[in-house]
Design a binder for this molecule. Sequence first.
Ligand SMILES: Cc1cc2nc3c(=O)[nH]c(=O)nc-3n(C[C@H](O)[C@H](O)[C@H](O)COP(=O)(O)O)c2cc1C
Length: 365
Amino acid sequence: MDKIFEPLQSGPLSYSNRIVMAPMTRARAGEDRVPNEMMMEYYNIRSNAGLIITEATHISEQGIGWSQTPGIHTKEQVEGWKKITDAVHLSGGRIFLQLWHTGRASHSSFNGMQPVSSSPVAKADDDPVFTDEGKKAPEVPRALSVDEIKKTVDDYRHASECAFQAGFDGVEIHAANGYLIDQFLRDGVNQRDDQYGGSIENRLRFLLEVLEAVKSVWAPQRIGVRFSPTNPFNSMSDSDPRALFTAAAKALNSHDLAYLHLLEARPGVDHQMAADDAPYIAPDIRKVFNGLLMLNAGYSYETGNRAIEEGEADLIAYGVPFLANPDLVQRFATKSPLNEPDQSTFYTHGEQGYLDYPMFEVAEA
Ligand SMILES: Cc1cc2nc3c(=O)[nH]c(=O)nc-3n(C[C@H](O)[C@H](O)[C@H](O)COP(=O)(O)O)c2cc1C
């Protein structure tokens, strides 16, 4: 058996294989942003994954930054997610919720609030926000005050409690892809001169405070953290990503987490979430991080299995391959061809491109 299919026991979590469904925003939660039947079916038929990580899920009203994404801060949202976790568990799956605050990647049209960030630095003009009224030009955010940072950390705690009540197996802190936590980490945005900006130690402070808040609800072995050290998405950059993210990985060592998840395409892999000239940092992080390492972006069955066989990773997360193939694990196991993804329906609102990707047996029948 190829190693990617081997089960993995880690603290209280047992993964049936090392093939993880990467978090993917699909914008199917409707205008009320409450998880629904359509989403239940979408996740349930992907329970073959060793672990499902849900789409990014906003922790508060202020955290919203995309049309029709689900939240995890109201009673209705907890009830909606509970049906999904129950279905996945009945099918033998495991599911983590991704905790999300979009920061400056939000827009005032969502809720009348000016977006917030570490610093008043906007995304690039040609990098739009997906609002309920279509794509809109980004706005200049307001820098959070220290009191507001504490309040935001408390919103993470509240959302963690809601995720606990909703029956998840754990949570992933979204510290990637240019959203709020990443806006504190990377100095292309963070220009603060207080205890949350400047040195790497200071830029890590918000993440570590969020982690403590999440740990007040969840055992650390049920918490993952996601970084995207060099992903330019959301107009992001950092002057020294290698120094920043190896320091971040070291800072996480004492917390005994479920895993560290890196979105970082390997050299030579052409990927839209990788800048051509970006350094490749995963091997440095592997050296300094004590816990399980999950790698993502651009992996095939073969390259994912090889990365595990060669000790570069413990788990591999698949995004678009899982989006287009609900039965991805079975397809890998039987070396079956994969469905082609339809980019035009990645973020649309109906069942099309969401519930209609065929299973392999159905496609063949
Ligand atoms: C439609 C779509 C939505 C995504 N939404 C999220 C998200 O909500 N949270 C996140 O951390 N990454 C998100 N990503 C990034 C994926 O998790 C993953 O990193 C990316 O697809 C690269 O992996 P792949 O090459 O296996 O597809 C999204 C990607 C896609 C294609």
